[in-house]
Design a protein around this ligand. Structure first.
Ligand SMILES: Cc1ncc(C[n+]2csc(CCOP(=O)(O)OP(=O)(O)O)c2C)c(N)n1
Ligand SMILES: [Mg+2]
Length: 803
């Protein structure tokens, strides 16, 4: 089922009729799915439902204008559109509602997202790109309202880059940059800052983005009068309208039940965006929500009788039907025949989806019951285990949790026994978990052979006469090598273009590679990130620069909700290998010395988090990441650009491995673990400790996510038997995570002769004054005294107390 439009020129009435009937069929199918979907939730088969009823007709029009290669970035109302582009059928719709964990049955997310969150597959089984120009694409939805906006900007900008930058291999991604990125959003969600930030940025960038607002006057129960100035989003955005003197937007307003007008508006909008790369806003108003917001409430509670009556009269489906009758496309009787037939098809599709959902679990239930019965045979607790088996067997439509609860609990009856049946049950549970757990946990990170920890290290090479230079020059020259080696790479951020970033790590790069590849952006961190995500989803290799680590918080929501979940929420069917470049840690003052690494570690699982101690290490990370297919944040040391480092010869080639620690100094007495700017202080302190006879081993973590994949730190602790983690985040921040990794995951507790400790910053942010750093973050004296104290406790004779 799809509604790809023929050209409207020279179309016969029969052709026209066929096309409209096809559209109506799609829309009725979608409506029936909504109606039956709600019932599935109310009867308990599905847990939650949020449907596209009341928004069907404009989505038909959007689908007609949507071409191969185009991208959608939308929200949970778009089931009709997805059906109209042929990306969602009835059975798949219900598989989504049930949370089917098989990607072939539930292609949107393999049951990871609630129904109504749509996606298409950009990747093959091995993680390589499909040809996106030969299919209609939808980036994977997320639930946070307006969260689809930042990425929409990047999806649209990719077309501009593909059209205007020469030398990129466009084969799988673009045909002359003709692709449109189509956004959809609810009227109430336009209240979010992300909406306005994206609208402004797309106007500045002039990218082919068509923004659709589905306006039903409400956001759950809250009326437009609390949401939008003048209760009218296109009215207040009028200032964005382009004119003869200024670039801007084309803005359309159209009624959501007016099928012929909608079709016309969407065709016109597409031409403007596709040809001219001018962003377009389509405000579709007078839409309704026949069943209310979702299955968890009823709209009778908050809509007036008059509004409810109006919604019935102006329901876009009945208006379309009426128009079709008036225009002799069908009669009322003929319409009823079509509608009844669709009702049957939807019911059949629903039944098939449920049967497919239940089947594997039934088979697994049979296996589990049999394993339980075998284990029961020679057990003194036979009666109890058989009871569990019988109870499990009696469940008509079991879920996997019930299967595991029954089998795992049965082991408790067998602790004192040994039998073949018991061993078989243990093995069955282990095999079952190994088979089922990935359905819920796989693909948080890339599982392709391009995953970051699969890219091997390459050491920097130095010429005999290699110069010691300001470290920012290594960064700059390495970026130069990167831009030459990867024509699809580009960098953008505040001050990244004309002046070559605030620390001159991109000096001269814009002149050399042009304003599209090395560009300044507005001050808008969330959409800088969105540019990165969207362009990476279309095969480019963007480096999104967030000027200072302290300001990453503005983009953190999108990084966490969108980027970090992307591979997971599509079960590996989409990726966005964007690199986020930032700089942080010790400079001065509350907002230029932040090191909120614990926050990042916790919120960014799914993204690599790299903390190089110098610019050579940082440049090596960029080189590694560009060979891989995963997103990462690289935090450069803000106070390291003017320090001297030796210029490597193999720029663009040397690679810092990801997830691998480095021992900077060997030692026998204590293992000191740190990273980033603090590491330099630790190194200095290690020299001072040596003067009093303490031989410290110093390890640079380098990569917080993933963390020490070879478990090298425990090997050091095994030797020194003492561990101190030094970190400039708040107490219990990144240091708590590091300690958990080492003590619990690497089992370092086995080798410890002293309490494992952390030395972190104060709880407050760093004060500005000259001494602000000293009194806010771990200093050399703090480290010295902490280590000395630990050694004093172990051997007071050798290390008499300092105080
Ligand atoms: C950031 C965020 N806040 C709140 C919610 C809960 N929520 C889900 S939908 C919704 C209303 C959205 O209304 P609108 O944008 O008009 O879309 P509609 O459902 O009316 O089509 C709200 C508040 C959310 N998903 N995300
Ligand atoms: Mg709404």
């Amino acid at each position: 089922m799809s509604n790809t439009s023929k050209t409207t020129k020279d179309i016969t009435f029969e052709d026209f009729k066929t096309e409209v009937l096809n559209d109506y069929t799609i829309a009725v199918t979608s409506r029936e799915c909504s109606l039956l979907g709600r019932r599935e939730v109310l009867t308990g088969k599905a847990k939650f439902g949020i449907f596209g009823d009341g928004k069907e007709v404009p989505q038909l029009a959007m689908a007609k204008a949507f071409k191969n290669g185009d991208f959608r970035s939308g929200y949970y109302r778009d089931q009709t559109f997805m059906m109209a582009i042929g990306a969602l059928n009835i059975q798949q719709f219900f598989a989504g509602l049930y949370g089917h964990t098989d990607i072939t049955e539930e292609p949107m997310s393999a049951g990871r997202q609630m129904g109504g969150h749509f996606a298409t597959h950009s990747l093959n089984e091995d993680g390589s790109w499909k040809n996106l120009t030969q299919q209609k694409n939808s980036s994977a939805d997320i639930s946070p309202t307006a969260g689809q906006m930042p990425r929409l900007l990047g999806l649209a900008q990719a077309s501009k880059i593909y059209r205007e930058v020469k030398g990129i291999d466009t084969e799988k991604f673009s045909v002359n940059g003709d692709e449109i990125a189509w956004g959809t959003i609810g009227n109430a969600s336009t209240s979010e800052g992300l909406f306005f930030e994206t609208i402004n940025a797309a106007g500045v960038l002039q990218v082919p983005m068509v923004m659709n607002v589905w306006d039903d006057e409400y956001g759950i129960s809250v009326h437009a009068k609390h949401q939008t100035t003048k209760e009218n989003i296109s009215e207040i955005l009028k200032g964005f309208q382009r004119d003869e003197n200024n670039d801007g937007y084309e803005i359309f307003r159209v009624k959501g039940w007016d099928y012929p007008n909608l079709v016309d508006v969407y065709q016109r909008a597409a031409i403007v965006a596709r040809k001219e790369h001018c962003p377009v806003l389509i405000h579709v108003n007078e839409l309704t929500q026949p069943q209310g917001h979702s299955t968890s409430g009823s709209h009778e509670r908050y809509k007036s009788k008059e509004r409810l009556a109006w919604e019935i009269e102006y329901d876009c489906m009945s208006k379309m039907r009426q128009w079709m009758i008036e225009n002799n496309i069908f009669t009322d009787e003929e319409a009823k025949v079509i509608e009844n037939d669709i009702k049957k098809q939807v019911r059949k599709g629903k039944q098939a989806a449920w049967a497919a959902f239940v089947k594997p679990q039934k088979d697994e239930q049979t296996e589990a019951v049999s394993a339980l019965r075998t284990a029961a045979i020679n057990s003194s607790n036979k009666a109890f285990i058989e009871k569990s088996a019988n109870e499990l067997e009696a469940i008509k439509e079991p879920i996997r949790k019930e299967i595991l609860v029954a089998t795992r609990k049965a082991l408790r009856y067998l602790t004192a026994e040994s039998s073949e049946g018991k061993t078989a049950l243990i093995n069955w549970i282990a095999a079952y978990k190994a088979k089922i757990q990935p359905k819920y946990s796989a693909n948080l990170y890339s599982e392709s052979n391009l995953r970051a920890d699969n890219i091997s290290a390459e050491a920097p090479q130095y010429a005999d006469d290699a110069e010691m230079v300001d470290a920012r020059l290594i960064m700059r020259d390495n970026f130069d090598a990167i831009f030459t080696k990867y024509p699809e790479s580009l960098i953008f951020g505040e001050d990244a273009g004309h002046i070559g970033d605030v620390n001159q790590g991109l000096e001269g790069m814009q002149e050399k590679y042009g304003e599209l590849r090395v560009s300044d952006t507005g001050i808008r961190e969330a959409t800088i990130l969105g540019q990165g995500i969207g362009m990476a989803m279309r095969g480019l290799r963007p480096i999104a620069e967030i000027q200072y680590l302290d300001y990453i918080l503005y983009s953190l929501q999108i990084m966490s909700d969108d980027l970090a979940t992307l591979q997971y929420r599509t079960n590996g069917k989409q990726k966005a290998p964007v690199i986020i470049r930032t700089r942080g840690h010790r400079l001065e003052g509350i907002w230029h010395s932040g090191s909120q690494m614990g926050g990042l570690i916790h919120l960014l699982r799914g993204i690599h988090l790299l903390v190089p101690r110098n610019m050579t290490k940082a440049a090596g990370f960029y080189n590694t990441l560009l060979e891989g297919d995963e997103p990462a944040v690289v935090v450069e040391c803000l106070n390291g650009y003017r320090l001297k480092e030796k210029m490597p010869a193999n720029l663009g080639e040397f690679k810092t491995p990801i997830g691998v620690v480095e021992t900077i100094k060997e030692g026998a007495d204590i293992t000191l673990v740190s990273y980033g700017s603090t590491l330099r202080i630790v190194e200095e302190t290690a020299k001072e400790l040596a003067q009093v006879g303490i031989d410290a081993e110093v390890i640079d973590i380098q990569s917080l996510l993933p963390f020490d994949i070879n478990h090298d730190i425990v090997k050091s602790v095994q030797k020194t038997n003492r561990l101190l983690v030094i970190d400039e985040d708040v107490p219990g921040g990144a240091s708590a995570y590091i300690l958990q990794e080492i003590v619990e995951k690497q089992n370092a507790y086995k080798f410890l002769d002293s309490k494992p400790q952390t030395l972190a910053a104060k709880e407050h942010r760093p004060a500005y004054g000259t001494d602000g750093d000293y009194f806010s973050k771990p200093s050399a004296e703090d480290i010295f005294e902490k280590v000395y104290d630990m050694m004093n406790e172990a051997n007071p004779n050798k290390y008499p107390s300092l105080f």
